[in-house]
Design a protein around this ligand. Structure first.
Ligand SMILES: NC(=O)c1ccc[n+]([C@@H]2O[C@H](COP(=O)([O-])OP(=O)(O)OC[C@H]3O[C@@H](n4cnc5c(N)ncnc54)[C@H](OP(=O)(O)O)[C@@H]3O)[C@@H](O)[C@H]2O)c1
Length: 281
């Protein structure tokens, strides 16, 4: 698996295996183990909020692949913001995973002005300071954020000691977030694209289906290739063996410039299109 180099020098495999809604049971662990052992994924994305960190840990252990060959990400949930809470939440995550270090830990969503009118920047900064401490203590190889738009990142960048290595945001043909992507690139922050298939919605778009037909590939492979071509890191979820194999088989074909332009011009082909300032959780 090819890698991107994060702003602290850590290498991260260019495709991640998503696990949102992957069940925290034997079937979930089997799907993750299949991704590692049969398909060759070396990067797994989970979160405390997915309630399946145990299955991720189990799958990694049972894969027979050594821990240092798998890149594992988890995320701090919104109810655990604030300096002291982060340490407790991190310990819980490590217990769930039964691991002694994490490759990447992210703040799942920013504290926002509509919920914390006077304190949202301070809450984000206090949360970040704890992430920095865990990083400096050697418990995490890289730290980052998720669902941060430029106006959430700016106050953090003004004060932080460690620049976030990653911003994980929703990116797919139906929600391209060009401005946020460009901002992160300028700051040396790698963008991870969540829901790169628009949760499946982009796969029935006529433009994407047409390109896939012409290339003899699947619509999912076209979406993933488009994300990779932008220098972003897709996190793609499946519990279906054929799809798990298909979604990593995207390194032996190219989109033409015209294909890329056609996908760039799409605006409305599904996905959640969530704006972090409008969420209620
Ligand atoms: N940071 C955040 O706030 C955030 C938010 C959302 C997601 N994420 C991360 O990003 C990951 C991916 O996002 P996502 O799970 O929302 O959506 P996604 O990967 O865009 O789409 C997953 C859906 O597409 C189906 N699928 C997968 N491969 C397919 C293929 N080749 N052909 C047809 N259908 C296919 C899956 O079905 P089956 O599983 O049934 O095969 C599932 O229903 C998550 O799992 C999570 O790790 C992060």
């Amino acid at each position: 698996m090819q890698t991107y180099k994060l702003n602290n020098g850590v290498e991260i495999p260019v495709i991640g295996f998503g696990t949102w809604e992957t069940p925290n049971d034997a079937s979930g662990a089997e799907a993750i183990k299949y991704a590692i052992t049969q398909a060759g994924y070396t990067h797994i994305d989970t979160a405390a909020a997915y309630r399946n960190e145990e299955s991720v840990g189990k799958a990694v252990r049972e894969s027979g692949i050594s821990r240092d060959k798998i890149f594992v990400t988890s995320k701090l949930w919104n109810t655990k913001r604030g300096y002291d809470n982060v340490f407790r939440a991190f310990e819980r995550t490590m217990q769930n995973l039964q691991m002694d270090y994490l490759d990447l830990y992210l703040i799942h969503w920013p504290a926002i002005q509509s919920q914390y009118p006077d304190s949202w920047t301070q809450i984000n900064y206090d949360t970040w300071r704890a992430m920095e401490q865990l990083y400096k203590d050697g418990k995490i190889r890289a730290i980052g954020v998720s669902n941060f738009m430029p106006h959430h990142l700016e106050p953090l960048l003004d004060k932080c000691d460690v620049v976030p290595a990653v911003n994980q945001i929703e990116v797919h043909p139906g929600y391209q977030q060009v401005e946020a992507v460009e901002f992160c690139k300028q700051k040396g922050i790698l963008v991870e694209a969540w829901s790169p298939l628009g949760r499946g919605d982009a796969l029935v778009n006529q433009t994407i289906m047409g390109i896939a037909d012409r290339l003899g590939r699947t619509p999912a492979q076209v979406c993933l290739r488009w994300v990779l071509d932008k220098g972003l890191l897709p996190l793609v979820k499946s519990v279906t063996p054929t799809r798990i194999l298909q979604n990593i088989d995207v390194f032996d074909f190219s989109l033409t410039e015209e294909d890329t332009k056609k996908i760039d011009a799409l605006t409305d082909c599904g996905g959640m299109c969530l704006h972090p300032d409008k969420v209620t959780f």
